[in-house]
Structures are given as C-alpha cells and as structure tokens.
Design a protein around this ligand. Structure first.
Ligand code: NOJ
Ligand code: CA
Length: 517
C-alpha cells in the first residue's frame, strides 16, 4: 500500500468554492465573467466561509467545450484577462489566507493547439508522437472515438471527449498494434514532460495546485488503472521534489486508485461507481426525501477501507457538468443536504450559486458544448440590479441568459436573512471549522442503514471529540437504534431528535450533530 499522503497543511481544513469563470462576475461589461470579477468577489466567498477556490479552465481556447479544449496552456484567455491578472488573483487570495486550484486538462487539447497542428504534418517533427495516431486513415482505434480526415499524415487520431479534443499520447498499458506506444517510449515520455512544464509554470506563479480533468483516463487500454496510477506516481515524485505544497485533486471517482497515484483527494461524481447520484440526482434521491442511501454507504465504506480509512473523498454540491441541486430538492431539504456535505470527510466543494439555491434553468440551447449542462452554468445572481449584478452588458450580450424567474434567489437577499440557505451554510461551515471531529481528515463510521431507510447516521471522530450526525430528509418520523448516552447538540435543524426507550426518535425533516463519548 502507498504511504499516506495527506498533502499540504491548508488542505486539511480547506472548503472549496468552484467558479465557472464565464458566469461569475463580469467587470468590463462584455457579458462574460473575468478574473477581476473573481478578485472582486473574494470577500464574498471568504464571508461564506470558503477558504479555497477551484477555477474551471481559464486558458486560451476556442471554447467548444467551455475551455476544456485548450489551445495554449500558458496563456489566460483574453476574455478573462491576462496572466498578470491571474498572478494578482493568487496574491489577493493568499492575502486573505485563501488558496487557488487551477484546472489541469492533461488528457487532450483543442485541435487549434500548435502541438496538434504540428502533429498533423506528414514530415516528422518533435510533435509527431504527441497524440495517438493509428496507422492507416481507415483504421479506427478500438475502444475510442477518433478524429479523421484532418491531417497531412496517414491515420486517425484518438479523441478523449468531443471529436475536437485529440487525446495526448501517454502510451498504451500493453501496446498490441504497431502504432500503439508504450508508456516509456519517447513520445509518451515527452508528453508527460510537457505537462510537468505546464504545472511548473503556474505553480511558480503562485497557483496552489490543480483539479485534474479526467485524471484516470491518460494511459489507454488500462482497464485496472495500473498504468495511469504509475504515471501519476511519477508526477507525485516530481511535485514532491519541486513543489511539495501543491495540492492535487482528481476527477477520477475511484479513490482507491487515485490516492495510490499520489493524489491528495478524489471526487465522488455523477458518473462512475460511487452512487453519488442516489443521494442528490436521480428519480428518487435520498435527500429529496424518498430514496436510498444504503448503496452509497456500502460503496463509500468500501473505498474508504481500500484507501486505508483516508478521509480524502470529496463530495461536491454540484459542478458545471451536472444539474443544479435545486432541481431535485428545495427548502429545508437543501439545508439537510448541506448538513451532510459539510459534515463528511474530504474537502467539501460548493459550486457557485448552490449556496443560494440557484436553480437549473430549463430549456436553454447548448452554449460552448454545454448541452444539458448549460442550465447549470447561468450567471450568478448577486442582487436586484440590472442582470442581477452579474454584468453591465445589455441582456442579449450575456454569456447565458439569467434565470428569468421573478423569485430567483440572490446573494444579497440571502445575506440579509438568518433563515436563508446561505446563512445555514455559513453556520455549518463555521461549525465544521470549530470542531476537529468534523475536519476533512477526521474519521467516519456509519451506523447500519437498510435499503430505503431513514435516517442516515454516522459518527465522526478526532482524537479530541466524537460527534454523532443524524440526517432525516424524509417526511417520516423514524427511530435510530442507539443505546449509548447522548451529549448536547452542537447543531440542530428542523424537527426534534429525542432519546426514547428504543433509541432516538427522529422527527421528519430534521438534522442534528451530538457530542458522544
Ligand atoms: C470533465 C469536465 O468536467 C467537463 O466539463 C469536460 O467537458 C470533460 N471533462 C472533457 O474535458
Ligand atoms: Ca468580462
């Protein structure tokens, strides 16, 4: 087993806020968010209690996948500002004791990247093997999609996601075709070195680490992930030597693998085996009041045990790829969902606007390759001024239309209301920071939960204290077997939770955190 690597100290109490830069705050009236807008709102984020940011890609790009199609890893996209603005953002964040993760997209580039243009050429050059090309133009790579008909050279190019995102070549785990290269071959080795240079560049400027896009997909035909784990271990060795304080969080969804690869934390996601969707986004989500958490708990415990009980599994409120949380739950249920998100191990991630219950905007046409995701990417609703305070542009120039509902939530209203979702989240974050047992690295043990049963309950423990967390987002009064003493509540929401002869009686729509021995 790999040695426990818990990363830089700040990560152990980091609470992240994810910013989709297009839609956060536009300061120059062009209808699109920018880095100055992020700097302007740092105090808002800090006031919520978040002390770290993850920014979706802000680099030069044709934006056919919202910036996940990079054409220059070394340049901030002009629409967001300049590299100097990025440096200023790092400095301003650090001044507030906050940290910034950029989005590293190591798996593919845009077709407009100069590496790809060079790689398309018939004459051999340093980029000939930067991407994965098959031998003949008719040969489609088994198991992957391909981009064909664009090159001077022979062959089709493997793509990672959309057809305009050619896959960078990190090799095949076990090559079995003449055109497939091994992980140690010169092409794949040069690709990895190039990606290390990208990391070096931003880390030297002051970036605190990366959220890594599709981290589990780099080595091809690597079913068990062994090659990809080995590749990330090389990156870990490089970071350990040059940037030991850089934080690495993977979009992988299999913590037992990613943590072995040297990542500090991994996300549970709406795809993959985590059962994350059972809780928030399915026909009957658990936090919607009529669903099942037992499969989630079983899978979580499995990953937790396999990764040596490391509390390094991040559960996001949402992100730019999934429907807004508010689509499946409202009111007190949203608050109970956040009582869960903010009492679990791993660093919590709050997607911009989820703290005010921003809604999924239905019926939008796809923008920048968003497709269904577009409805979760609309402008932040700050206040009641023009364009909800997002931008001074005329409404038709906005990156995306605002939620048109007359009662759309705003940050301003919620900041002035003690009963708002934002105020509840603010209290929960303060509580998390005050209680070692709620910390990112403190342990968790679930109480048994049957299929479709409520409540969800677990014990969080640190050497100094233990807390019992009880969450009942259902309409039913339920009983939790519990024969030990129950200390005072450090947090209570909604209906009552009381000790009875049979255990704890838990009122409908309630949550509570209790000190225990
Ligand atoms: C995952 C990102 O979160 C998503 O937005 C993107 O489209 C794909 N990776 C491809 O980079
Ligand atoms: Ca702007």
């Amino acid at each position: 087993m790999t040695e426990r690597n818990i990363g830089p100290k700040w990560l152990s109490n980091a609470i992240f806020y994810e910013i989709y830069p297009q839609s956060f705050r536009d300061t120059n009236g062009d209808g699109i968010g920018d880095l100055n807008g992020v700097i302007e709102k740092l105090d808002y984020i800090k006031d919520l209690g978040c002390n770290a940011l993850w920014l979706n890609p802000c680099f030069q790009s044709p934006f056919l996948d919202a910036g996940y199609d990079i054409s220059d890893y070394y340049q901030v996209a002009p629409r967001y500002g300049t590299n100097e603005d990025m440096k200023r953002l790092f400095d301003e964040a650090h001044r507030r004791d906050m940290h910034v993760l950029l989005d590293l997209v190591p798996g593919h580039t845009s077709i407009e990247h100069k590496w790809f243009k060079e790689s398309c050429k018939a004459d051999p050059n340093p980029y000939t093997d930067r991407y994965i090309w098959t031998q003949g133009w008719f040969e489609v790579p088994e198991g992957y999609n391909a981009l064909c008909g664009v090159s001077e050279r022979e062959g089709c190019c493997v793509v990672n996601f959309f057809s305009h995102q050619p896959a960078l070549n990190y090799g095949y785990y076990q090559p079995d075709k003449p055109w497939q290269q091994g992980m140690e071959d010169p092409g794949p080795t040069a690709t990895l070195e190039a990606m290390k240079d990208v990391m070096r560049f931003w880390l030297s400027m002051g970036c605190d680490g990366f959220r890594v896009d599709m981290a589990g997909s780099l080595v091809k035909k690597d079913v068990e992930g062994k090659g990809t784990i080995a590749l990330w271990r090389k990156v870990r060795a490089f970071l350990q030597a040059e940037f030991p304080d850089a934080a690495m969080v993977s979009e992988w969804g299999e913590p037992d693998k990613s943590l072995q690869g040297g990542f500090h934390m991994d996300f549970l996601l709406h795809f993959g085996p985590s059962h994350y969707n059972d809780l928030f986004r399915c026909e009957h989500p658990f936090f919607g009041g009529d669903g099942d958490a037992s499969a989630f708990v079983a899978k979580y415990v499995d990953s937790y045990e396999k990764s040596e009980r490391k509390g390094l599994i991040c559960i996001p409120s949402g992100n730019h790829d999934m429907d807004r949380l508010a689509r499946t739950m409202q009111g007190v249920r949203q608050k109970i969902a956040f009582a869960f998100l903010l009492s679990m191990p791993g660093a919590p991630f709050i997607y911009y606007g989820d703290e005010i219950g921003m809604r999924y905007v239905e019926g939008l046409h796809s923008v920048e390759g968003g497709y269904r995701r577009t409805g979760s990417r609309t402008p932040m609703q700050w206040d009641h001024s023009a364009n909800a305070g997002f931008s001074a542009a005329s409404p038709e120039k906005l990156y995306l239309p605002l939620d048109a509902a007359a009662d759309r939530p705003t940050a301003q209203d919620q900041m002035g209301d003690e009963d708002s979702l934002r105020s509840e989240i603010r209290r929960l974050i303060a509580l998390r920071q005050a209680h070692p047992a709620l910390g990112n690295l403190a342990e968790i043990d679930f109480l048994p939960i049957a299929e479709n049963a409520y409540p969800l309950a677990y014990v969080r423990s640190a050497p100094q204290e233990k807390l019992l967390v009880i969450l009942n987002p259902s309409d039913r009064a339920v009983t939790l077997p519990w024969d030990r003493p129950l200390g005072p509540a450090v947090y209570a929401l909604g209906g009552k939770i009381q000790k009875t002869e049979n255990g704890l009686s838990v009122a409908p729509l309630s949550a509570g955190f209790y000190a225990i021995d």
